[in-house]
Ligand binder design. Structure first.
Ligand code: ZN
Length: 402
């Protein structure tokens, strides 16, 4: 197939241009909930490649379509645009030999550039695909973004039924694929009390103590090795001064598991521990779990109440061993002599996987390190192997007309 070869050759020859794109992109700020400038950049790129129906949705996800002769189900290729770096982070990049240094060069400027490179290769050759492909730059993958970009896409009528399978490109590397979506649920727990003076109000229930009791109980919960399940108490704060009984205390807790069942079990235990700590407060001081504003009646502000707010929710799910996308990827890896391994991770693929669709996450080629730090780097050596892998997987999934 001469056109396949010319596409592969293009991916090899354009390395210097990909590097320029990657540095340009990495230097555009994209903190969670602030991806607009990157969305614009990608939109321009999609337009100049000549993709069809280039548009953004209300969240800033960018779409570009590659039309085929047939209208077989749509294949999606996506890369997230957001980074973990807050606004104000210095985003300059530099190049040393084959290495790019700079926050976000690998996660996920590399992924976005891989997607662009493949789209560009397909546009430049006269390969006639048998299925439409939609390229997506999505927002809201990292941290508090909580997969909001992907969630929105798979709840919109335009995409939720039409995208049959999704190939997510995230970070560097060539030798892994995600078959298990790590689920997580995150909670903010708050205890409120009447507060008061440390001396004259001594004896009123203390929210810091109640929170500490609840967390101490919860920290003793036994979690299974398999399916691997973990928890973390990551943030705690409360109180105003050493001689005041605090009016409130808050903690943030992260629960993770490869199994939705285990995740729900752990959540139940967390809720029980909070409830148990609260129920040890003398009856006269007790109000209930707060809803909405938190005040449940007159005088409630002088009582002890608690709130448990879900601040993060990523579904756990698994790709079926018979999935076409998996068979194709393994065949491609065989062909390219890549020894790849299956991985458990929390990525944009969680969303389609939880809906029973076929999806996996793979790397953009090259190598990377120190992700989520300002020392992040991407090594471009052999990037084209990763790009080849993505292109061949895509072509096998869509099929090509002779
Ligand atoms: Zn990422």
């Amino acid at each position: 197939m001469r056109s396949v070869h010319s596409a592969l050759l293009y991916l090899h020859n354009q390395e210097m241009e990909f590097r320029r794109w990657q540095r340009e992109l990495a230097e555009i700020p994209a903190p969670p909930f602030g991806e607009a400038a990157r969305s614009q950049w990608l939109r321009q790129r999609f337009l100049s490649l000549g993709l069809d129906n280039v548009h953004a949705d209300e969240l800033g996800n960018i779409f570009g379509l590659l039309r085929s002769d047939d209208s077989r189900p749509l294949l999606g290729v996506s890369a997230h645009l957001d980074t973990v770096f807050p606004l104000g982070t210095r985003l300059e990049t530099r190049e040393e030999g084959n290495r790019l240094y700079g926050p976000g060069t690998s996660d996920n400027a590399a992924g976005v550039i891989a997607m662009l490179a493949v789209a560009s290769a397909l546009k430049r050759t006269d390969l006639r695909l048998r299925a439409n492909v939609v390229f997506i730059g999505n927002v809201g993958e990292e941290g508090e973004g909580n997969l909001r970009g992907m969630r929105h896409i798979f709840s919109s009528p335009e995409w939720k039924d039409s995208i049959h399978s999704l190939l997510v490109v995230d970070g560097a590397g060539t030798d892994t694929y995600v078959t298990q979506a790590l689920g997580s649920r995150r909670f903010e727990i708050t205890f409120h009390g009447p507060g008061g003076h440390s001396w004259s109000d001594f004896g009123v229930p203390n929210p810091i103590v109640l929170l500490a009791r609840a967390l101490s109980r919860f920290s003793q919960v036994a979690v299974p090795e398999s399916p691997r399940t973990t928890f973390n108490i990551g943030v705690i704060h409360g109180g105003t001064s050493v001689n005041s009984v605090p009016e409130a205390a808050t903690a943030r807790v992260d629960l993770r598991s490869a199994s939705m069942d285990e995740l729900h079990k752990l959540e139940r235990r967390l809720r029980e521990c909070v409830n148990e700590a609260w129920s040890e407060v003398p009856l006269a001081f007790r109000a209930g779990e707060s809803k909405g504003s938190g005040l449940t009646g007159t005088g409630a502000e002088s009582k002890v109440r608690f709130g448990i707010e879900c601040i993060g929710d990523r579904p756990a799910a698994e790709l079926s061993p018979d999935a076409t996308i998996l068979k194709v990827l393994r065949a491609v890896d065989n062909h390219l002599r890549i020894k790849s391994i299956a991985r458990l991770a929390s990525t944009d693929a969680n969303v389609p996987l939880a809906l029973g669709k076929e999806a996996t996450t793979i790397g953009a080629g090259g190598d990377g390190g120190s992700a989520h730090t300002v020392r992040e780097w991407f090594d471009c050596t052999n990037r084209d192997l990763g790009l080849k892998r993505i292109l061949l997987t895509l072509l096998t999934l869509t099929g090509v007309n002779e």
